[in-house]
Design a protein around this ligand. Sequence first.
Ligand code: NAD
Ligand code: UD1
Length: 343
Amino acid sequence: MAKQKVVVTGGAGYIGSHTVVALHEAGFSPVIFDNFSNSKPEVLDGIARIIGEKPQIFEVDCRSKAELAQAIEACASDGQIAGVIHFAAFKAVGESTERPLDYFDNNIGSTVSLLEAMTAAGISNLVFSSSCTVYGQPDAIPVDEQAPILPAESPYGYTKQACERLITDAFNSSMPLSACLLRYFNPIGAHPSAAIGELPLGHPNNLIPYLTQATAGKRGPLTVFGNDYPTEDGTCIRDYIHVMDLARAHVASIHWLLSNPASCEAFNLGTGEGKSVSQVIAAFEKANGIAVPYSFGPRRAGDVTAIFANAGKAERALGWKCELSLEEALRDAWKWQQKLTEG
Ligand code: NAD
Ligand code: UD1
């Protein structure tokens, strides 16, 4: 029997490429829709090294309903499409405050076009990449999906809230739609083979890419943003999830949608454990046997003190939970950085 296809918008990106591998390993045929605005075609070679073949790819701008319709039609001509995983978006919080129109246009525009193209093609299953940023600083941690959505701190955060709302409103209308709204905590790490990983273009803003580049001598020492927070060691607490675990959650979501038609649910995807920045540095040094050059600096505007997930709903409904440790994620992140450094 022919494998069912899964369309992966943004499948050449960081989380998308790992999900393409996980889908292939689960017996699906992943099909990438990407315009390479934040990735490189060479990612496909990395994927091929892992799964033994290049995945099908359509160079598509997901804001264009016409391009999406054409690619979906071509894709459906020789196989059944089980659903769409929508990663394609811009994701840099700081940049979104400089270029809000681009973020609204790309992140919300692509989701509107995708919903229209899916409806026209009779595809109802959608997995959407959201973020724990929708919770802001929650009153209680670990945070579950019942926590209120707080006013967004950045245009980027607003686009995630707006897309969740858009998808929920579409679900509540007469549109045939089923959706998982996946709220990622902090994805880190890389495929253990180091064939794919995160490719931050320019100055990395997130902790792990900066930490690995600083340790590799490609950047100055890491600045830890604030050690005067009301936490045990004074540094902020987050929930760092291995990207391989996160990728598996997307496969579980597709399975869930296939057996739960006409459903729309949000799921937190995290480990359930909070780690401080100082704990992450110590864990990285222990896992890799190398010292991280760093110093403490002032707080970063917009940072919440502490957030980590109650991911119980995902475990109950999707049958998914994290299996990999922080140390494994940090080992894989360093392996990937070493590969990049070697060129
Ligand atoms: P990424 O930038 O590595 O991947 C996004 C991919 O989408 C890239 O390959 C890019 O070229 C593509 N893309 C962007 N706009 C497009 C468009 N209009 N048409 C076609 N392709 C387009 O990002 P990522 O880290 O893999 O994140 C994937 C998704 O997860 C995003 O929606 C992001 O907001 C969300 N997310 C990421 C994180 C994180 O820490 N990485 C956390 C929470 C949520
Ligand atoms: C940030 C975004 C979030 C987005 C996520 C993934 C903000 C407020 N939130 O989350 O919306 O979904 O990225 O793209 O920007 N840190 C340092 N030094 C550094 C970098 C980070 O100390 O050079 C600290 C931060 O203060 C934070 C932790 O490391 O405490 C994690 O930071 P980061 O990786 O940027 O993720 P978030 O801020 O959690």
